[in-house]
Design a protein around this ligand. Structure first.
Ligand code: ADP
Length: 152
């Protein structure tokens, strides 16, 4: 059976933090589906189309990467896509606390689903989409925090 992982997130915007997790997970899976979750009430600053296009710019020539979006429960999207793994990044203990409960709940909802965590490299663990968005809103330069293929 193919090893398929969903990498769910808001990606608002996609950062070098997200890219680091995906690039390091690529050897572990046959396919990674980067999935923009649109069920949350989180920031609507960037459109789904815009976010999908940025990610396409980064991974357009990688056949192991698929880009999609979904509404509803992540475990339901996993089932639909035949994916048994959820990929997430961990920056610090705050991420761990939050992610632990979600991973356990997702496994409770569907015991075929395992969440795989990769720890972020220390030099980029301060990067978050929320902070990047604030810098953009205030006219700052974020080019070093986002992949070079993306221009915002
Ligand atoms: P969410 O809206 O679910 O928090 P994000 O788009 O912020 O999603 O992030 C998606 C995933 O990427 C999460 O697992 C998050 O921990 C991870 N991530 C975000 N920024 C970084 C970073 N700088 N280093 C490592 N992982 C990160």
């Amino acid at each position: 059976m193919k090893r398929t992982a969903i990498f769910p997130g808001s990606f608002s915007p996609f950062t070098i933090g997200h890219k680091s997790i995906i690039d390091r997970a690529l050897p572990l899976f046959d396919k990674i589906i980067i999935a923009i979750g649109i069920n949350s009430e989180k920031d609507k600053y960037f459109s789904i189309e815009e976010r999908m296009q940025w990610i396409k710019n980064v991974y357009h020539n990688n056949s192991k990467i698929q880009i999609d979006f979904y509404e509803g429960l992540t475990v339901d999207f996993c089932k639909k896509m035949n994916a048994n793994y959820i990929l997430r990044g961990l920056r610090d203990s705050h991420d761990f606390k939050f992610e632990k409960n979600i991973a356990q709940m997702n496994n409770d909802l569907n015991n075929k689903i395992e969440t795989i965590f990769l720890i972020t490299p220390p030099e980029i663990s301060h990067i978050s989409s929320t902070i990047i968005r604030d810098i953009i809103k205030n006219g700052g330069d974020v080019s070093k925090f986002i992949p070079k293929e993306i221009s915002i």
